[in-house]
Write a protein that binds this ligand. Structure first.
Ligand code: SF4
Ligand code: SF4
Length: 202
């Protein structure tokens, strides 16, 4: 899941000419889960822009903004997009980039893309993968020090790990979590020495 946060309204409107016909595209997967691009957020942005005097001609909520197939598929959902001068995309940067490939008018992304993360047990987990192109998480029992350690320490904690906490930010040292994961699990021996990653797929 791609984690996003909404940009401030002031930043969004700074990209839109007041005389423009505005159209909004949401994203019913990650952005909807994050509360940055689902039905309620589309309505809230439409209302806010309308109140400020902008002309919002319509909106659609595709399953995933990053899987828009064609301009025609957008028109099929809401033909008002044909009158748009600018399209606001309430999704991650991937979604807005894909939308831009099928439109020849300005596209404004309304979010900041934060990281690849996930939702589990009601918690949002940020930066659990940085898509390095050479996945080594199986070595660490499914956890990823490349992404979750600010220094990407692959062979153990740095000198700043104290009482299981990371010296950067308020979080557990990933090496504490890896050690807990392996402790007492004889079928999960941790005996690798990691050399370097293959970054040719970056
Ligand atoms: S090793 Fe690379 S691909 Fe695998 S989880 Fe970590 S950052 Fe993602
Ligand atoms: S304390 Fe742990 S997670 Fe933090 S930088 Fe050092 S090794 Fe990485």
């Amino acid at each position: 899941m791609i984690l996003t946060e909404s940009k401030p309204l002031g930043e969004i409107i700074s990209k839109i000419d007041k005389k423009s016909n505005v159209f909004i595209i949401g994203c019913n997967v990650c952005a909807a889960k994050m509360g940055t691009g689902g039905e309620p957020e589309i309505k809230a942005l439409t209302d806010a822009l309308t109140e400020l005097g902008y002309n919002v001609g319509g909106s659609i909520l595709p399953t995933a903004a990053c899987s828009i197939r064609s301009y025609e598929s957008l028109v099929e959902r809401n033909e008002n997009i044909q009158n748009a001068d600018v399209v606001l995309v309430m999704s991650c940067g991937s979604g807005s980039s894909v939308v831009a490939t099928v439109l020849d008018i300005p596209v404004v992304c309304t979010t900041n893309t934060l990281s690849l993360g996930g939702l589990s047990k009601g918690d949002i987990h940020t930066r659990i993968c940085i898509m390095c192109g050479d996945c080594t998480s199986s070595i660490y029992g499914g956890l990823c020090p490349t992404a979750e350690c600010p220094k990407s320490q692959l062979n153990g904690p740095c000198g700043g790990s104290k009482d299981g906490k990371c010296e950067v930010g308020n979080k557990d040292c990933i090496w504490e979590l890896i050690e807990k994961r392996f402790s007492g699990q004889e079928n999960l021996p941790f005996e690798h020495y990691i050399t370097h990653k293959d970054h040719r797929n970056d």
